[in-house]
Design a protein around this ligand. Structure first.
Ligand SMILES: Nc1ncnc2c1ncn2[C@@H]1O[C@H](COP(=O)(O)OP(=O)(O)OP(=O)(O)O)[C@@H](O)[C@H]1O
Ligand SMILES: Nc1nc2c(ncn2[C@@H]2O[C@H](COP(=O)(O)O)[C@@H](O)[C@H]2O)c(=O)[nH]1
Length: 217
């Protein structure tokens, strides 16, 4: 599961990371307006607040959260169906929902936080994407500061400065996590290399001071 601030590049990374892979990407429900070019059922299931709240009342979400004035949630049924088919499931969600997944699934969920190189760069990316008003960009950046300070709660932290390197790190995490389900003696050389690379992006040694430097930069 990928989490991190809005505009850090989660969607961009996900497209490159999962290209050609047989995994299930969970399409979220949201109450926000569709942006030009977004397609109902592909980018999101766009619903009214009443429809969203009814689904939540029926326990139809694995997690759900409010983000800058809108509801977002991961519908549980498609995930259960994908897991029953034996597919790995990928979520791309904000931090409050990611915390809910962590609480609910424990070690069963592989949690990756995507970190921006700096808040200045995050602002540049949100502005460059041109999907939000200046006011909404400021609200998303405020939320980003809180989200970044929680990065250490996730198993891996990958900095999305160089996109290609970040994709390689995501692939390594995926390969390493799959390998750890088998005895180490049976790992291939590629799995050993992936494990070593994944170890460099474990969140274990992350200090609050380092997170503060990102939000102040
Ligand atoms: N490594 C990178 N270097 C420079 N620009 C990047 C990089 N990764 C992504 N971007 C750009 O940053 C912008 C935001 O990326 P993207 O939409 O993938 O973010 P996101 O985290 O999925 O956002 P949201 O959570 O709001 O959906 C896009 O314009 C994208 O092209
Ligand atoms: N908790 C959840 N967060 C989600 C979900 N789907 C997307 N998101 C995150 O919301 C913000 C804003 O998204 P945007 O499309 O309006 O830019 C971003 O961080 C998304 O990753 C979800 O199902 N649950």
């Amino acid at each position: 599961m990928m989490t991190g601030a809005s505009g850090v590049g989660k969607g961009t990374l996900r497209e490159q990371w999962l290209a050609g892979q047989d995994v299930f990407y969970s399409t979220s429900w949201t109450t926000r307006e569709a942006r030009p070019g977004e397609v109902q059922g592909r980018d999101y299931v766009f619903v009214t607040p009443a429809e969203f709240l009814e689904k939540a009342r029926q326990d139809g979400f694995l997690e759900h959260a409010q983000f800058v004035g809108n509801h977002y949630g991961t519908p549980i049924e498609p995930i259960e169906a994908a897991l029953a088919r034996g597919q790995d499931v990928v979520l791309e969600i904000e931090v409050e929902g990611a915390m809910q997944v962590k609480d609910r699934m424990g070690d069963g969920a592989i949690l990756v936080f995507i970190m921006p190189p700096s808040l200045t760069e995050l602002r540049r990316r949100l502005t460059g994407r041109a999907t939000e008003t200046p006011e909404r960009i400021e609200k998303r950046l405020l939320r980003a500061r809180e989200e970044i300070m929680q990065a250490h709660a996730f198993r891996y932290v990958i900095v999305n400065d160089d996109l290609n390197r970040a994709v390689q790190e995501l692939l390594a995490v995926q390969q390493a996590e799959r390998a750890t389900q088998r005895p180490e003696a049976n790992w291939t050389e590629a799995e050993r290399e992936a494990h070593a690379l994944a170890a460099t992006v474990r969140s274990g040694a992350l200090k609050t001071e380092a997170l503060r430097q990102v939000v102040d930069s």
